[in-house]
Design a binder for this molecule. Structure first.
Ligand code: NAD
Length: 284
């Protein structure tokens, strides 16, 4: 299948990044958000990212202009009508995503691939809002999208092989590596490993075995991790870490995924990490 046009829904942290890498891959991109100012914010983020690439001599001013020209910010959902791949990156809310996919289904081309960037919701349930669940797939990018190499391609129960092939081809064309996850499961692969690891670090911290700095140093110097688990939790946001581990606990009904009560308490106190100025560390 020839891919010419990509539509990205949601111009937030992830949507802007996805639009950028698609445009850098040479695709014509529509970037849609609910308000034009939000779509423009996404464009500003992309411009800043490209300026950084210019300062590192990765691209030049001319190339930046070309990439920016390939992206059209909009609020008009109807502009997806001729897109070959539609990638949804709106808020992590099942009701919102299902409503959007039901609308897309009636507006897009019959052979378009409908991808969701959800981190934790069921692809199968999102697909159930459409008449064509076989062309719905998870395409899980990582933050920050331009820098992170991996995309997890996740099959829902009805996703067909052709959809997997198109999604895989697109990911390789934008210069990313992929793994294909043959059956959806909470957290897919990366977060299923990463979030319980962070939770275990919180248990160790709460049991008073070592200070936060020492736990992070231990994993950096002793296990070769680029960032320690508690620093990473602060970067992700403790509310997000809590929500994800709790979703594993509920879905698998396995106590190995129980969040440490300290994590819940910190979230209730508003100590959410970097974004709130305080988590395991204090940020000024
Ligand atoms: P965000 O809050 O930064 O951006 C979401 C954007 O979607 C907002 O600008 C909002 O106005 C817009 N939006 C809401 N409803 C919309 C609709 N119906 N149509 C178009 N736009 C709509 O969120 P984000 O962090 O970019 O996350 C987006 C998705 O990506 C979520 O499903 C999230 O779980 C997933 N994800 C996030 C990360 C991360 O680190 N932030 C990593 C991987 C996956």
């Amino acid at each position: 299948m020839q891919i010419n046009k990509v539509a990205v829904l949601g111009a937030g942290i992830m949507g802007a990044g996805i639009a950028q890498v698609a445009a850098q891959g040479g695709y014509s991109v529509v970037l849609r958000d609910l308000h034009f100012s939000l779509a423009q914010e996404g464009m500003k983020t992309i411009e800043k990212n490209l300026d950084r690439l210019i300062s590192k001599a990765v691209i030049d001013e001319k190339e930046k202009e070309k990439i920016m020209h390939r992206i059209t910010p909009t609020t008009d959902l109807a502009q997806i009508y001729d897109a070959d791949i539609i990638i949804e990156a709106v808020v992590e809310n099942m009701a919102v995503k299902k409503q959007l996919f039901a609308e897309l289904d009636n507006m897009c081309r019959q052979d378009a691939v409908l991808a969701t960037n959800t981190s934790s919701l069921s692809i199968t349930e999102i697909a159930s809002a459409t008449k064509h669940p076989e062309r719905v797939i998870g395409m899980h990018f990582f933050n920050p999208v331009p820098a992170m190499q991996l995309v997890e391609i996740v099959k829902g129960m009805e996703t067909d092989e052709k959809t997997v092939e198109i999604a895989s081809y697109f990911v390789s064309r934008i210069g990313k590596e992929k793994i294909v996850i043959s059956r959806e499961s909470p957290g897919f692969v990366v977060n299923r490993i990463l979030v319980p690891y962070i939770n275990e670090a919180i248990f160790i911290y709460a049991e008073g075995l070592a200070q936060a700095e020492e736990i992070d140093l231990a994993m950096k110097l002793g296990a070769g991790m680029p960032v320690g688990p508690l620093e990473l939790a602060d970067m992700i946001g403790l509310d997000t870490v809590y929500a994800v581990i709790l979703s594993f606990y509920h879905e698998f009904r396995d106590t190995k995924y129980r969040p440490h009560p300290l994590l819940a308490t910190m979230v209730r106190a508003g100590h959410l990490g970097k974004k709130s100025g305080r988590g395991f560390y204090v940020y000024s």
